[in-house]
Design a protein around this ligand. Structure first.
Ligand code: ZN
Length: 282
């Protein structure tokens, strides 16, 4: 087996052709569907199951910031909360909008029965995600569109600080599958928000989330909140890795943060919710 496609081979059973929906029959050296559509596997090991024009996703600068920030451990407690929400049964866990695969790697380390898959649209993120864990594959696809996954094939879907696609999520999970969602609360990084005018969390997000998830049963929801001390470089990375990174570069963010103490105390405040798919045929 080619090193490059080994993690992809582990998830071949759950992949579906984004063009015709057929099963995927081979992942070496490119992904082939049963009717002959072929998709590239990048040198770094992720498959591009993209139809039409690719969505660019997070930039290389944003992803580098995310990698540095998460590797420093500031969000380890968020990872731990996600791990706690994932049962230790065997199966496939997909992180939709999973970026560099940081949180999924923590889940796989704690849950040896699971195989992982990161779906993202950012190539710089996928290059990292594809090499992060021996049981985690990475696939380029648009999280807003049809997911290139077989119906009812997935046991757990993670949606961490990421866009949600409830109709596709319930389809790929099938009845009984779990969706774990992490969303920032309005208090998340409030100290940095005030300084740089970050993209604010919509206070009605919770309400909107619940409305979108009519095909799911709410299993539990908790707020995780704690303080972190961030030196200037970490604070810049924390802003750059989020939605604001699409609008401002590191220098602009650094200038906005100049009036804050260094280090600055910031609040991490997220809601961790677990949902069970009620039915997949709606
Ligand atoms: Zn096909």
């Amino acid at each position: 087996m080619d090193d490059r496609t080994e993690p992809l081979a582990l998830v071949a059973d759950v992949l579906a052709c984004p063009l015709c929906g057929a099963d995927v029959v081979a992942v070496r050296p490119s992904v082939l569907c049963a009717t002959g559509h072929a998709f590239d596997v990048a040198r770094q090991g992720y498959a591009s199951l993209v139809v039409g024009r690719a969505v660019a996703g997070d930039s290389a600068e944003m992803i580098a910031a995310r990698d540095r920030f998460l590797s420093a451990g500031h969000y380890d407690r968020v990872s731990d909360a996600v791990v706690d929400a994932v049962p230790s049964t065997a199966g496939v866990c997909v992180d939709v909008g999973g970026g560099t695969g940081h949180h999924l790697t923590r889940v796989l380390d704690a849950r040896p029965g699971l195989t992982g898959l990161v779906i993202d649209s950012s190539k710089p993120a996928l290059k990292r995600a594809a090499r992060r864990h021996p049981r985690a594959a990475a696939v380029a696809a648009d999280a807003w569109a049809a997911l290139p996954l077989r119906s009812g094939s997935i046991d757990v879907v993670l949606s961490l600080f990421a866009p949600r696609n409830p109709a596709e999520t319930v389809r790929v999970l099938g009845t009984g599958g779990l969706l774990v969602v992490v969303t920032p609360t309005p208090r998340h990084l409030a100290e940095l928000v005030a300084a740089v005018g970050l993209v604010r969390v919509d206070e009605r997000k919770e309400e909107r989330l619940n409305r979108q998830l009519a095909d799911f049963e709410a299993m539990g929801s908790d707020v995780l909140e704690y303080r972190i001390d961030l030196n200037r470089a970490d604070a810049i990375d924390d802003v750059l890795m989020g939605p604001s990174g699409h609008h401002a570069d590191a220098d602009t963010i650094a200038a906005s943060l100049a009036s804050l103490p260094d280090p600055v105390a910031a609040t991490v405040s997220v809601r961790v919710s677990v949902f069970r798919a009620k039915r997949a045929d709606s």
